[in-house]
Write a protein that binds this ligand. Structure first.
Ligand code: HEM
Length: 538
């Protein structure tokens, strides 16, 4: 078992100890700390009532109960979380980033990870066919960094303006709230048919990857191309990969369905039990690095979140290990209230112009303002950094801090203890100096318009049993679509991915069979590794 006691690992736990509450041996009080002599019968007038309004303890008890729920997440509502730590293997990322937690092997960074399904509600079953979230909050000495990833390396859409449409299509249908956490319904497949950019992700979703056997045996991906930034301010494109040390394993569809009935908490329970038993889940962090000079060396756009960078072109380099070693004490306080955000960055990591990522950078904070009741949710213990927060942000609902002094503005001449601006330096975040030019346009860039090559690449990489599962899954899902034109449109789309696949699917759902093979963008080759100027170690 790993040594969990090194310096740094416990910084977050020490901070949380200050707010952990143990009621053993205590006496029942009201919220005002007043001890009460009775909590089973309300105060009444006479033997049989009515109940009296003056029973403040009874009213407080019911009021607090009435307000226990907060809105569930608009997506990824069902999840399970755990604490742990991350440590780099060596200093190989020093030339690329000033983010210490990635590049200094002596630094162990505490983390909180939340795994999730996407479509279902908080109480839905774990083993449904769905994408899984893999979100990690690193409590670094340079502030909080969140890597908010999924277990599938690509996404359904390229531009965030379509995210509400996607989610409206994949969530239960609005008139009857059916189906719960199932891809098998008309609106989802209608969306797929109308939006061919979804095809690559749909191939992953329909594969066994969407049925992970365990959160301990699941990959994670940052999905977008991000940027590492070094001490000289030079950027390098990066894709993040988590690989489970136990290997990547899936259920098969029959198992998944039976388990959903017998133990809807299957993945959540497995994670909890493994950690309780001391079988600490571990994941290796890997990076694909691409030099900025190679931005246009690929036959797809690096900013397009529906594309992978093939690993035979740019190998994944292992850079460190994540270990999960502690279950939360309270599901609501920690797993439910944790707030991840793609814009929680630290020095040494930055965005790219990926049009999906740009919307995520808006959406997470926006939704958390309502989900967690206002602007002070970063003070919730699971969300607060391990380093001091010193700024002029003030007031708002649920302010827990008492800021002293008269001033809450910069600059001021009153020497009243306002925070100084840090000068430039490796520990200070400064936005990457990317050059921007052009006119305002709404059109999709031509470099984003190949929707099928990588869907075909995925299909071609499948083994025979995996292909059988994919065909069966399409037949099951599309077979439950009631609108025949939606079925036909999707089969037509699949015909652009692989003709045999489209024919097999069509036969399983009662036709009609698609016409002869349609080949769109295939046959393009990716650049060989040697063609890239990237001098990255492999
Ligand atoms: C959760 C928006 C794309 C991964 C969420 C939430 C929102 C959201 C509003 C709920 C957050 C909360 O209540 O705390 C969006 C938008 C997207 C997008 C607008 C596209 C424009 C993606 C992509 C990924 C992803 C591409 C994966 C790379 C996640 C994860 C969570 C989440 C893992 C759950 C975080 C948790 O465990 O609390 N997203 N999302 N999302 N999203 Fe996205």
């Amino acid at each position: 078992p790993p040594d969990d006691t090194s310096p740094g690992t416990d910084d977050k736990q020490r901070q949380l100890d200050a707010v952990r509450v143990d009621l053993t041996g205590s006496e029942l009080t009201t919220d005002q700390g007043v001890r009460v002599d009775h909590t089973d019968d309300a105060l009444k007038a006479g033997e049989r009532g009515p109940t009296l309004l003056e029973d403040f303890h009874a009213r407080e008890k019911l009021t607090r109960f009435d307000h226990e729920r907060i809105p569930e997440r608009v997506v990824h509502a069902r999840g399970a979380g755990a604490y742990g730590y991350f440590q780099p293997y060596d200093d190989r990322l020093v030339p690329y980033t000033v983010a210490e937690f990635l590049a200094d092997p002596s630094v162990r960074t505490p983390v909180f990870v939340r795994f999730s399904t996407v479509a279902g509600s908080r109480g839905s079953a774990d083993t449904v066919r769905d994408v899984r979230g893999f979100a990690t909050k690193f409590y670094t000495q340079q502030g909080n960094y969140d890597l908010v990833g999924n277990n599938i390396p690509v996404f359904f859409i390229q531009d965030g303006i379509k995210f509400p449409d996607l989610v409206h299509a994949l969530k239960p249908e609005p008139h009857n709230e059916i189906p719960q956490a199932q891809a098998a319904h008309d609106t989802f497949w209608d969306f797929v048919g109308q939006q061919p950019e979804t095809l690559h992700m749909v191939m992953w979703l329909i594969s066994d990857r969407a049925l992970p056997r365990s959160y301990r045996m699941m990959q994670g991906f940052g999905v977008h191309t991000f940027r590492l930034v070094n001490a000289e301010g030079k950027g390098t494109f990066v894709k993040f990969h988590w690989t489970p040390v136990l290997g990547t394993h899936s259920l098969v569809w029959d198992e998944a369905q039976k388990i959903a009935g017998k133990d809807p908490d299957y993945n959540r329970r497995d994670l909890w039990d493994a950690i309780e038993r001391g079988h600490h889940p571990e994941y290796e962090l890997g990076v694909q690095l691409v030099a900025e000079e190679d931005e246009f060396a690929f036959d797809f756009d690096l900013l397009d979140a529906t594309k992978i960078i093939p690993e035979e072109v740019v190998p994944v380099q292992p850079v460190g290990r994540l270990t999960l070693n502690r279950n939360p004490d309270n599901f609501f306080a920690e797993t439910e209230q944790v707030a991840f955000h793609t814009a929680n960055l630290v020095p040494g990591i930055d965005f790219t112009n990926d049009p999906l990522l740009q919307f995520r950078n808006f959406s997470y904070l926006d939704t958390q303002l309502i989900r967690l009741g206002g602007p002070n949710f970063p003070q919730i213990p699971v969300n607060s950094p391990v380093v001091p927060v010193t700024n002029n942000q003030r007031d708002g609902y649920h302010q827990h801090l008492i800021h002293k002094g008269r001033t809450s503005y910069s600059e001021n001449a009153l020497s009243d203890g306002y925070p100084e601006i840090a000068g430039p330096g490796p520990d200070v975040f400064s936005h990457y100096q990317e050059k921007v030019e052009g006119h305002k346009i709404r059109r999709r860039s031509n470099s984003f318009l190949d929707f099928t090559s990588q869907a075909t690449l995925f299909w071609n990489s499948m083994s025979e049993p995996e292909r059988k599962h994919i065909v069966a899954a399409f037949q099951f899902e599309l077979g439950r679509v009631t609108d025949r034109s939606v079925r036909a449109t999707v089969v037509d789309r699949l015909n652009h991915v692989d003709h045999e696949l489209a024919v097999l699917v069509a036969r399983g759902i009662g036709g009609p069979e698609p016409p002869a093979a349609v080949v769109d963008n295939h046959g393009r080759s990716s650049p060989a590794l040697s063609q890239l100027s990237t001098a990255m170690e492999s």
